[in-house]
Write a protein that binds this ligand. Sequence first.
Ligand code: FMN
Length: 432
Amino acid sequence: MTRQLHLLVLGNPRFGSSWRYPGVVNGPAAVLESLVETARTAERGTFDAIFFADTLNYGPEAAWAHKATEDFEPFTTTAALSRETERLGLVVTGSATFQAPYHLARQLISLDHLSGGRAGWNVVTSFAEAAAANFGEGGVVAHDERYRIAGETLEVVRKLWDSWGPDTVVEDRTAGVYNDRKAIRVPEHKGEFFSVRGPLGAAPSRQGHPVIFQAGSSTAGRAFAARHAEVVFTGQSDVDRGRAFVERIHQEATAYGRPAPPLVTPSLGFIVGSTEDEAKALERTVFEHFIPEYQIGWLQEVDIDLTGADLDGPVPLSAFAASTETHRTALDGYRALATQGNPTVREFLFRTVTAFGARVAGSPEQVADEIERWFTGRAADGFILNPSGLPGQLDVFVDHVVPILRRRGLFRHEYEGETLREHLGVGSAPRS
Ligand SMILES: Cc1cc2nc3c(=O)[nH]c(=O)nc-3n(C[C@H](O)[C@H](O)[C@H](O)COP(=O)(O)O)c2cc1C
């Protein structure tokens, strides 16, 4: 079969300053309505999945005055959306730093069952100080140790998922026996960080287990992704960097003896208009409404301090820490952005609205061209799309960009499978 593109959409409804864009209605009820609309639109566009990011904190204090409050928790949000959709994959973020493996295993397999085999888990290692402060006195866990904890978390979660095999449930009503006791595998896990007996009383889902997503780009992060991830998220600013990243992940996955490399889906922020001019006008609207102070607040999280900087002056590189224990790739990515094309502080901050990944603003053909360029250039197997937050942008993408991608033979016309594994073509779930 010819290689096919994979499309996911970022579901978090009120990212950044989008709560103040024209036409946006705020409040829990309106946000729920827009979430359902986004999920249904993505499904109409035969997207692989909707994805919910999560950082277990409300962000740095400098951003509190400017941040909306309807960023609902991913597991409950996707449980609600599972009832509103039939095929769309539902990918949640779960922290392998602060969420216990037993809880993660149970919540994820429940979501997988409730959605008919459509769940995915974005395994993150929480880097934010504000997140660490919500989980005791220990402070931020050191970068590479976070990945060791994550490795053991995944191991425990998989063992718990494997407590029940496909034939463990026998449901013998006459004998009053629901499970073949001998077939229950008790993990009895005792490791460096966790002691978990188990079992987890849940049968495998329609797709076996949730699909594993991961987004590490540092050396330790890439090693984790290359070894364990079935899909890798990343932020890469251009095709060349994207291709180099894909090549590296492929090499590392091969070195771990994996038969097939993981899919790589970089983030892509898009603004699409009926013409290039209209797209640029929409981009100006977004620029006029973004809140520089909000972005300054968030950048503090990765040790970039632009507090008090002249918004219309050049970016002072002294604001960037030499290294960080938080999000190394972000610090490097933002430093690169600050030096490309001599932006003012305001322009640089605007660029960080969609983090340090790729962006495109243009007509449907231009957006499709950009996607095709990355895909055929082996810089991406697909994208995690980040709509600008302007109402209707995902609809325009689905109604005008998706048909072009389909005509070019790059993207499915309809769903061929039912589970997220089938959409992604990542094969059956690995056993522990
Ligand atoms: C598309 C994408 C989505 C991400 N989503 C989250 C998230 O929801 N929560 C989180 O804590 N980190 C998230 N991250 C950050 C990564 O999980 C990871 O912490 C980051 O890449 C730093 O790891 P590194 O130091 O190994 O590069 C995301 C990264 C990317 C590129």
